[in-house]
Design a protein around this ligand. Structure first.
Ligand SMILES: Nc1ncnc2c1ncn2[C@@H]1O[C@H](COP(=O)(O)OP(=O)(O)OP(=O)(O)O)[C@@H](O)[C@H]1O
Ligand SMILES: [Mg+2]
Length: 240
């Protein structure tokens, strides 16, 4: 479980990008972060992941204070998996090699087992397992990036725009896969998305950010039925 309280964060000596963010995400829950470009969604995920150290506030993971814990510790100790917004696969390595990279610390048996399970789950990757990642489409690389995070067997998954650049059909597959991961593995998933409707339809709760603050938080189902949602999501004035 992730609990962020009154997070303030920014880059270098620049201004606060996150001004006062509080949010939670529990096991077996998908929480979506929405908001206009540049409002700080990725910064929030990077802060939870441990790439950006907060200037103020607290981040608790599974009840332990974790605001100063760097990413590699978060992966090992808390089972955090992070899939960044910009694709981060190793282009000169094959699909198989990329996936095995995601599970370097595991036993051979566990690694093979997870690898085979992912091959079944993602036929696109299975068919191209010997191809170099550079020969995949942008969407296929997104899926590879997600699958690589899953190889480590995370308990908390941070996804930054998992559907970016995907065709509608592939986007549907990826969202469906994310929903299944939550249900099958009791995972806590914190996801940033631009495709608000798709994201809300598989998620449990959502936070809409605006100018570094939480403008609105609600159950996803309620937000889907809220006429103000689109205005907020597009960055309009929440009080308008
Ligand atoms: N590494 C960085 N160094 C300095 N400023 C940064 C850095 N990364 C992001 N920013 C700034 O922080 C602000 C928020 O960026 P962030 O990437 O968190 O937004 P976002 O909500 O994820 O946007 P998008 O929807 O475009 O992905 C922006 O003004 C951006 O210019
Ligand atoms: Mg972003």
């Amino acid at each position: 479980m992730i609990e962020a309280s009154n997070i303030r964060a920014g880059y270098g000596d620049g201004p606060d990008i996150l001004q006062d963010i509080s949010m939670t995400a529990s096991a077996r829950e998908i929480v979506t972060i929405l908001g206009p470009n540049g409002c700080g969604k990725s910064t929030l995920l990077k802060t939870v992941a441990g790439f950006v150290r907060p200037r103020g506030g607290a981040i608790r993971i599974n009840g332990e204070g974790a605001e100063t814990v760097p990413i590699h510790e978060k992966v090992r100790h808390y089972g955090v998996g992070y899939v960044p917004q910009t694709d981060n696969v190793f282009r000169t390595m094959t699909v198989t090699e990329n996936l095995l990279m995601g599970a370097r610390d595991l036993s051979r048996d566990t690694r093979n087992e997870r690898f085979e399970a992912l091959m079944t789950q993602y036929p696109t990757l299975a068919n191209k397992r010997r191809r170099k990642a550079s020969a995949l489409s942008g969407g296929e690389r997104q899926i590879l990036s997600l699958a690589r995070a899953l190889m480590a067997g995370p308990r908390i998954l941070l996804l930054d725009e998992p559907s970016a650049g995907l065709s509608p059909a592939m986007m549907h597959d990826v969202f469906e896969a994310i929903g299944r991961i939550r249900d099958a593995q009791d995972m806590c998933i914190l996801m940033v998305e631009q495709n608000a409707y798709e994201a809300l339809s598989i998620s449990d709760r959502a936070y809409v950010l605006s100018l570094g603050k939480v403008a609105l938080t609600a159950r996803s189902a309620d937000l889907l039925n809220d006429p103000a949602m689109e205005r907020l999501y597009l960055g309009g004035d929440p009080d308008a």
